[in-house]
Design a protein around this ligand. Structure first.
Ligand SMILES: [Zn+2]
Length: 237
């Protein structure tokens, strides 16, 4: 894995057979990136009670995070999504049915994102700004589908691999060891071990001087921060 940091600091990394990572679809605000900031991101929810548990840990530790939600999960967890909004976390788009977008037509991929954004808007009154393709599986057409749906694609710089049945201590150790300033951590909100690992992740990163930010803070909207953003298209996978 290679990290390259420019003035506006993108993480740009190798992706191999879709298994690895990562590249942020846009430059992080330089000031935020230069500080020791880290964004925790939780994919695949909302997951009812489990998400409420996760929200409680975040709230107890005064951490704001970002949630890449799936439309079909939102459909029967509307209250939970509003709770995520009310607590000040960033809500982002992870497609409607969580398909492999690289296997869909460009129009169908765009519709996946558009339908999820529409539901988020309907439930929360907020229009999401960021998307992440399911499984990180991407190509130029998938990136374009995101842009056409009005979304900025954000991958991650640290993969916790919490979906591989790791014990909580291992998840915490891996995350705390791999985070660098401006990092984006991939986690899954429906995984019990992740929720159990969270207090240690937060404690260890704070000990190292990190501050937790949402994606909205890491990538301020162009209107409010035109000078600090350089957009960059295309990612490898
Ligand atoms: Zn996912």
């Amino acid at each position: 894995m290679n990290e390259r940091t420019g003035r506006f600091a993108l993480a740009s990394l190798a992706a191999f057979f879709g298994a690895v990572l990562i590249l942020l679809g846009a430059g992080a605000c330089e000031a935020v990136r230069r500080e020791k900031t880290v964004a925790l991101t939780f994919d695949d929810g909302p997951h009812g009670e489990k998400t409420l548990e996760l929200l409680k840990v975040l709230s107890d530790d005064r951490v704001k995070a970002s949630f890449f939600v799936v439309g079909k999960q939102v459909a029967f967890n509307r209250q939970v999504l509003r709770r995520i909004r009310d607590m000040g976390h960033t809500i982002a788009n992870h497609s409607y049915t969580h398909p492999n977008l690289t296997e869909l037509s460009p129009a169908a991929a765009r519709d996946e994102y558009a339908a999820c954004s529409e539901l988020i808007r309907d439930v929360t009154g907020q229009t999401p700004r960021f998307c992440r393709p399911p499984g990180g599986r991407t190509n130029a057409a998938v990136e374009r589908a995101g842009r056409e749906a009005g979304l900025q694609t954000v991958y991650w710089t640290v993969n916790s691999r919490d979906y591989t049945d790791l014990p909580p201590e291992e998840i915490a150790r891996k995350v705390a060891g791999l985070v660098r300033p401006g990092g984006v951590v991939l986690l899954h909100g429906g995984v019990t071990a992740t929720i159990e690992a969270l207090p240690a992740i937060i404690r260890d990163l704070r000990k190292k001087g990190y501050r937790f930010v949402t994606l909205d803070e890491l990538f301020p909207a162009p209107e409010s921060h035109k000078a600090g953003i350089r957009r960059r298209g295309g990612s490898d996978s």
